[in-house]
Write a protein that binds this ligand. Structure first.
Ligand code: ASP
Length: 367
């Protein structure tokens, strides 16, 4: 039987198209419908990625690798104790434990790596890259992911900041008047108006799910040669059931890169993105010729169609949550879209400053 290495050798010898395409012409194998020779480097990210897109563009403009660029871009946010949606300082699960998810894709190498439910490591995106680089696997989870990270020299650290712990304790106090935890009013921590949305920062702006805080960072980049990479990293849904995995570490859901076509990532309700293979759908729609913005909107329409559960629909029958997509195509055209109005994404085009742009949307949010 041929080994995996033999197969790779053979593939390289005869050309990947012929090896996997069983003789079909390249045009039927998803060859890009869109391609220009010169591309202006550009990076797009979720709204909390303003610095990340600037970092990513400056790295690729200096000749750096596209994946190194996006990972360095998000590492700063992962290490920031004040961003409660990602890495260090991320909001914990039901038990008060921070569990992180991340995936990366390297366009030119057709590489993918991911970790899910990893605890105690501040930069899961770098661990995801190492899964891609140093193992024959794509996704490591939980204790195995942590053991792998430690073997690679990462430090084990307590990721729960005092601020995140306080919010978890306050949340626990709101859960029931039938357990032994005192209510917010009884502990004196009640906030007038009580939605506490002001506390939830960018996560709640980017990713609405009622008043439940969420948040993630996705960052994608294209360099002057037209090579693409992307990363998505998150602490996931706050107060989640321990062991829950969202869309962020699922290749094809929270992130997808096809170096012939484009890159896409998501934030928002991960369960909806997983069920519709969200980012992969966006890339396939771009392959068929749609602009990044139109492709994002079309993939969001699929989420609306898939949302049949009454508990997830508002009084008009529309999703009661938000999902955002961020996409770049092979020409360096980019776009972002959300189910609900009011979302923004971060963008940096080579030669300019990073800025926020309004995301396209399906439905206008009232008020
Ligand atoms: N997509 C993330 C998840 O479901 C959360 C978010 O982006 O707000 O884990």
């Amino acid at each position: 039987m041929a080994s995996r290495r033999d197969f790779l050798k053979t593939s390289a010898g005869v050309g990947v198209g012929a090896a996997v395409g069983l003789g079909k012409p390249a045009s039927l194998l998803g060859a890009p419908a869109i391609r220009r020779s010169a591309v202006t480097p550009v990076s797009v990210a979720s709204g909390n990625g303003l610095e990340s897109v600037a970092t990513a563009v400056s790295i690729v403009s200096g000749g750096g690798d596209t994946l190194d660029a996006v990972i360095q871009g998000v590492n700063t946010v992962e290490r920031d104790p004040n961003d409660s949606s990602v890495g260090f300082g991320g909001l914990p699960n039901l038990d008060g434990v921070v569990q992180l998810d991340s995936s990366v894709m390297h366009g030119p190498r057709r590489g993918a790596g991911a970790v899910a439910c990893i605890e105690g490591i501040k930069t899961p995106s770098s661990v995801a890259r190492d899964v891609m680089r140093y193992t024959d696997h794509v996704l490591l989870v939980g204790e195995g992911a942590q053991r792998f990270a430690l073997s690679m020299g990462y430090q084990l650290e307590d990721l729960l900041t005092e601020r995140s712990r306080r919010r978890w304790i306050d949340w626990r106090a709101t859960m029931s008047d039938r357990d032994d935890y005192l209510t917010l009013e009884e502990t004196g921590h009640a906030v007038p108006g009580s939605s506490r949305q002001e506390d939830y920062g960018l996560g709640i702006l980017d990713s609405h799910d009622g008043v439940r805080p969420q948040g993630t960072i996705n960052c994608n980049v294209i360099d002057a040669a037209g090579d693409l990479s992307g990363v998505t990293t998150t602490s996931g849904l706050a107060w989640k059931v321990p062991g829950r995995v969202g869309d962020s570490p699922i290749v094809g859901a929270g992130l997808y890169v096809d170096n012939d076509v484009g890159a896409c990532g998501s934030t928002g309700r991960g369960e909806a993105v997983i069920k519709t293979c969200g980012s992969h759908s966006v890339v396939e729609l771009m392959r068929s010729g749609m602009s990044p913005t139109d492709a994002c909107l079309e993939a969001l329409r699929r989420i609306v169609t898939f949302t049949v559960e009454p508990r997830l629909r508002n009084e008009d029958g529309r999703p009661s949550f938000n999902v955002n997509y961020y996409a770049i195509n092979k020409n360096g055209e980019y776009g972002g879209a959300a189910i609900w109005s009011g979302a923004r994404f971060a963008v940096c085009v080579d030669g300019g400053d990073s800025r926020h742009e309004d995301s396209a949307y399906l439905f206008e949010r009232n008020g």
